[in-house]
Design a binder for this molecule. Structure first.
Ligand code: ATP
Length: 264
C-alpha cells in the first residue's frame, strides 16, 4: 500500500529569519520530487519538520494511506541525512551498518531472517558485494548506496534523501539517482530528493520544489525553471539559459552575468 505526504500551509521562522513561508505540496505514492535551492534555503529544515524533529509555527504535515487513514510520520519514513563523517577506522562491516536500521531488539545476535533482509536490501542498492567490507573504507558512491540500504531496510513508504549525490563523480551521481528512481517506481515509494543539480534532477523527477529566501515554487521542471518564476522567487531579474542541453540560471541584465546557481 502507498502512503501520501501532505504538507499544508507550513511556515517557520528561525533566528528571526523566515525560512519557510506558507508552503503547501503533496507527494503521492511512487512520485519522485526533487528539492532544489541555494545553500541556506531551508531544504534540510523542511526535512526536519517532515521527520517531526521540528514543529512548523503554522500549518500541518500529514501522512495518509491511499484509503485516507492517517499514520505517524516516523513509522513510514526512510531518511538519508546529508553527511555522516564516518571514521575510516570504524570497525563495522557494511552489512552490520545496514542492520542498525532494523527495529531494535533485545538480543545480541542478528537472526537469519534479519541477515537475509540485510543482504536483500544491499542487493537492491547494488551493494551486495560490499556486505563484508569495512564501511569506513568504502568510496563515497559505495557509502551512499549502503546508506540508502540502511534507509530502506524497514521498507519505508516515503524516502527523504538529503544531497545523496554531493561529492560523487557524474557516473556515481547518475547511478544513485537511477537506483532511487527504480525503488520509487517498483516499490511505490514517494521520494523527496535534495540536490543542487537541476540537470540530474530533471532526468528523474516528476516535479520539483524550488526553495529560496523563504519563497518557493512547485511544479514540473518546465513549469518552475522559467525566468518569470525564478525572478519572482529571487526578487531579481533572472535568466534561464539552455546550453548544450543543460540549464544555467544567471542574474539578468548584467554584463558579467554571474551564475547565481549553475546546474551542471
Ligand atoms: N536551529 C536553528 N536556529 C537558527 N537558524 C537555523 C537553525 N537551523 C537552521 N537555521 C538556519 O536556517 C536556514 C536554512 O538552513 P538549512 O540547513 O535548512 O538550509 P539548506 O537549504 O539545507 O542549505 P544547504 O544547501 O547548505 O544544505 C539557514 O540560514 C540556517 O542557518
Amino acid at each position: 500500500m502507498g502512503y501520501e505526504l501532505s504538507v499544508r500551509n507550513i511556515s517557520l521562522r528561525l533566528g528571526g529569519k523566515q525560512i519557510i513561508n506558507d508552503l503547501s505540496f503533496s507527494l503521492k505514492p511512487g512520485e519522485f520530487m526533487g528539492i532544489i535551492g541555494p545553500n541556506g534555503a531551508g531544504k534540510t529544515t523542511l526535512f526536519r519538520m517532515i521527520l517531526d524533529m521540528l514543529k512548523p509555527q503554522e500549518g500541518s504535515i500529514h501522512f495518509r494511506t491511499e484509503t485516507g487513514i492517517s499514520v505517524s510520520g516516523p513509522s513510514v519514513l526512510g531518511y538519508v541525512p546529508q553527511s555522516r563523517g564516518l571514521d575510516t577506522e570504524i570497525p563495522m562491516s557494511a552489512a552490520d551498518f545496514v542492520g542498525l536500521g532494523l527495529p531494535y531488539k533485545f538480543k545480541p545476535w542478528i537472526s537469519k531472517k534479519d541477515k537475509a533482509k540485510i543482504y536483500e536490501t544491499l542487493l537492491l542498492t547494488d551493494a551486495g558485494h560490499l556486505a563484508n567490507k569495512s564501511i569506513g573504507k568504502l568510496s563515497g558512491g559505495e557509502k551512499q548506496r549502503v546508506y540508502l540500504a540502511q534507509a530502506l531496510i524497514r521498507d519505508p513508504k516515503i524516502l527523504l534523501l538529503d544531497e545523496p549525490t554531493s561529492n560523487l563523480d557524474p557516473g556515481a551521481q547518475e547511478h544513485m539517482a537511477a537506483l532511487v528512481h527504480k525503488v520509487c517506481r517498483e516499490r511505490h515509494v514517494g521520494v523527496l530528493f535534495i540536490s543542487h543539480d537541476i540537470n540530474l534532477i530533471s532526468r528523474y523527477a516528476d516535479r520539483i520544489l524550488y526553495l529560496t529566501q523563504g519563497q518557493h515554487a512547485v511544479g514540473s521542471v518546465n513549469e518552475v525553471m522559467r525566468p518569470e518564476v525564478l525572478s519572482q522567487l529571487y526578487g531579481n531579474s533572472v535568466e534561464v539559459l539552455h546550453m548544450g542541453g543543460k540549464l544555467l540560471v544567471v542574474s539578468a541584465g548584467n554584463e558579467a552575468a554571474a551564475p547565481i546557481c549553475f546546474h551542471g
